[in-house]
Structures are given as structure tokens and as C-alpha cells.
Design a protein around this ligand. Structure first.
Ligand code: GYE
Length: 337
């Protein structure tokens, strides 16, 4: 069933990507929508990226850089904020000063965007929010495209419930270590809420979070934080890690502490090729997928805007859950390395 769903979602993504590619500005040079501004000039897009903290992020950046090319009719101005919101806001102001045609922001955190988005609006520059949501009034941006993070978390919890039931472990008291992403990022808020709700609700009294700390979505910080946590808690049954990179770090920390990580249920998010391989190798138990390949989809949004089309306010990526039952089939399609 899972496998079927995965194959279906992979097919949807592939067909969506193919659709984007075949209707790209480069492929339709007679289409005036491709070069609308001054017949032949490029569309300038400023992309305020979060940083380079993870494999997901690298794949996301690559996806934008390989889509928004001159050959495709675009001039991309790329900015890396190194996970610092002030830098990201400064980059957006710079895009406004330069008079770009479109701005795409992947907001580091959900809050703090009103002022600069109002400035973009006043300058008449449409803003697309991708990857993580910003908590602002709907008239300050055109559309959001990216993951549904609370749903990803709920999918991971459902997977765990199913796994425990299959192994006759549903009644066990379980200690969780919870490694959170960058605090205040939409991806952290949603994934954290799903676990917090499960622990306070359906599993109250049975599931305990013994440590809940941010590893800032990086492998190094994930390892460092996990090492510190293991000094006080050696009885860990589940690691719920909000991205693959922190998961790699946590596994190293478990090994260094002399704990067999294969005895711990390890739940991760994203779905890098390396993490999918680690499911096959028995190192990771479950990965809730998050799709980073948003470049062509944002390109498609821009083309629609150029055509005067109205877009939905939110478009969520189609996402699956991977475990030992479907990892092998997904491996060739997994992103990154
Ligand atoms: O899960 C993590 C990255 O915002 C969905 O950011 C993204 C998250 C992703 O650093 O690996």
C-alpha cells in the first residue's frame, strides 16, 4: 500500500517536473509570456535563500540554480543568508533596490516579515514564499509553495504507531529524544507540534520526551547536542530528529556513547539519498519525506503570473513516508547524495 502510494506520488512529481520543463520559457520562445517585459529581455528573480545548512538545502539551491538560467529566460540573483534572518531581510531590500521582477523568499523563521514585505508590495514587486511559510497577512505575498510540516510530523507519528503495533510494543513506555530544527522555522514548528500533540494527547503517560533541543538542522550541531543529552539520558528508545543531517550526527553520538543505534527507533525528516540508503542498511527506521526540488515549480508559478493567472494561496508538495518496506524502490528517485 505504502509502496503503491509512493510510486503514485513519484509519478505525480515526475509528471509535474516534466510539465514544467516542457513549457519552460526556453522551450517556448515564441510564447510572449516567456519574455513579457520588453520582448526578449530576461525575467529577473531575486531568491533569498536560508543558507547551506543541510543536504535538503543544497538540493533546493541546486534546483533553483539549474532552473532559473538565461537559457530558460531568467536572470537569477541568489543570496545565501547563512540562517540569519537579518541577512535575509537585507537581501530582500537589495532586490527591491535593484528593481527585480520577482522575489522568492524561503523564510528562515515565520515571524518578522511584515515590514520588508510591505516594502516589496509598495515597490510593486510580487513575492513568492517557498519552502517555509511566513506568518503575515495574505495580501503581502502572492503564493506559498512547499512542505506541510505538521502533516509530515503526523505521518511520522502514524508510522511509529503502526510500527509499534506490528511489533506488539504499543503498550511500552517510551523515552524520546527530540532534536528540533531551527527554532521558529515553519519546518520546526510543524514537526514539533505533531510530536508534542501525540505526547500530550493520545500517548500521554506512555511517551515521554526526555530531552527536546535544537540542533539547528545541521549534522555538527545534531551530534553535539545528542552527545550532551546522552550524558544524562542513556535510556533512549526513540530519536525524533527533524532533519536527516541532525540524524546523521545523532547516530554518530549514539555510537560514540557505546549505544547500538539499531536498538533505538530512529525517525528522520527530508529523505536524502544517503538517509534512504541508511534505512536499507538498518540505521534509520523511518523518514518522513520533504521535497526540496521547488525551482521548476516556482518557475511555473512565475509563468502563470506572467499570463495573468490567479494562483492558490497555498500549494503543498506531495510527500510520502519511507521505511524498510519501500526504501529500496524509492532509492533511485531520492534527491541529493
Ligand atoms: O527539512 C531541513 C532544512 O525548511 C523543509 O530546512 C526545510 C528544512 C529541511 O534545513 O533539512
Amino acid at each position: 500500500m505504502n509502496k503503491l502510494l509512493n510510486l503514485m506520488s513519484a509519478a505525480i512529481i515526475v509528471s509535474a517536473l516534466t510539465a514544467c520543463a516542457s513549457s519552460s520559457p526556453a522551450a517556448s520562445s515564441q510564447n510572449p509570456a516567456a519574455q513579457p517585459e520588453s520582448g526578449g529581455s530576461l525575467i529577473t528573480v531575486g531568491f533569498a535563500q536560508v543558507g547551506a545548512e543541510s543536504g535538503w538545502r543544497t538540493a533546493n539551491t541546486d534546483s533553483f540554480k539549474s532552473y532559473f538560467t538565461e537559457a530558460n529566460g531568467f536572470n537569477l540573483i541568489f543570496s545565501d543568508a547563512q540562517q540569519d534572518q537579518n541577512k535575509q531581510i537585507a537581501a530582500v531590500r537589495d532586490f527591491i533596490t535593484q528593481g527585480v521582477d520577482y522575489i522568492d523568499i524561503a523564510p528562515v523563521t515565520t515571524t518578522g516579515w511584515e515590514t520588508v514585505l510591505q516594502e516589496a508590495k509598495d515597490a510593486g514587486i510580487p513575492v513568492i514564499i517557498s519552502d517555509r511559510k511566513a506568518d503575515v497577512a495574505e495580501d503581502l505575498y502572492v503564493t506559498y509553495i512547499g512542505g506541510n510540516f505538521e502533516q509530515e510530523g503526523k505521518d511520522a507519528i502514524s508510522w511509529l504507531e503502526g510500527y509499534l503495533a506490528e511489533n506488539n510494543r504499543s503498550d511500552e513506555a517510551l523515552n524520546f529524544v527530540h532534536l528540533q530544527g531551527t527554532i521558529g522555522a515553519d519546518a520546526q514548528i510543524g514537526r514539533t507540534k505533531a510530536l508534542d500533540d501525540a505526547v500530550a494527547g493520545a500517548h500521554a503517560g506512555k511517551w515521554t520526551i526526555v530531552a527536546q533541543q535544537t540542533g539547528e538542522f545541521t549534522e555538527a550541531k545534531g551530534q553535539e547536542v545528542m552527545e550532551a543529552i546522552l550524558k544524562n539520558n542513556t535510556d533512549v528508545h526513540v530519536v525524533y530528529s527533524e532533519n536527516d543531517d541532525m540524524t546523521y550526527g545523532a547516530i554518530t553520538a549514539l555510537k560514540n556513547a557505546g549505544i547500538n543505534h539499531k536498538d533505538v527507533i530512529i525517525i528522520s525528516f527530508d529523505g536524502n539519498k544517503k538517509a534512504i540508503q541508511m534505512i536499507i542498511d538498518g540505521d534509520i527506521d523511518c523518514v518522513a519525506e520533504c521535497n526540496p526540488l521547488l525551482g521548476p515549480q516556482v518557475g511555473d508559478i512565475i509563468k502563470k503570473l506572467e499570463n495573468g493567472e490567479t494562483l492558490p494561496k497555498i500549494t503543498y508538495s506531495v510527500e510520502s513516508v519511507y521505511d524498510i518496506k519501500n526504501a529500496e524502490a524509492h532509492l533511485p528517485d531520492a534527491f541529493g547524495s
